[in-house]
Design a protein around this ligand. Structure first.
Ligand SMILES: [Mg+2]
Length: 148
């Protein structure tokens, strides 16, 4: 599948355990998922608090683990950030970050969300909302809230 979707990915606490300024242990399935996404045409941007030497270390670490980013802390490679002319927020279709509301779901679940919600959407297939698929396995929101 070819698509032009851009995914911005955080580093500390997302790709690796948060051990900033050191590089923590790789999170389970992080690089497998990122490589799989790249193979499906997603462009990955590293979107992190790191800059300078610490940023380079993270980029190099990911490269050694088989993931080359489309850009790091920019919307595209070589972009020069001008705060007078543009917003600091990068352009991306999806953000993967351990600071997401609701917490970090884990890479297995992230891949599932992308596969069953986003790809089906891109292909024009019927999308089963992730929340519905979840509720097929678990009790619904109201029964969890008001049930015994
Ligand atoms: Mg983080």
């Amino acid at each position: 599948m070819n698509n032009n979707k851009i995914i911005a990915v955080d580093f500390d606490g997302t790709i690796v355990e948060d051990a900033y300024p050191e590089i923590g242990k790789v999170k389970l399935f992080a690089f497998d998922t990122l490589k799989k996404l790249q193979s499906k045409g997603y462009r990955l941007i590293l979107w992190t608090y790191r800059y300078g030497r610490r940023l380079n270390e993270a980029v190099e670490f990911c490269r050694q683990n088989g993931v080359e980013f489309y850009a790091a802390n920019n919307s595209f490679e070589g972009e020069t950030f001008d705060p007078a002319a543009q917003s600091r927020k990068i352009h991306a279709d999806y953000f993967i970050d351990d600071r997401n509301l609701g917490g970090f779901p884990g890479w297995g679940e992230i891949y599932e969300i992308i596969k069953y919600k986003i790809e089906f959407d891109i292909e024009g297939k019927e999308v089963i909302p992730y929340s519905k698929r979840k509720s097929q396995k678990k009790e619904g929101f109201f029964s969890r809230l008001f049930g015994k």
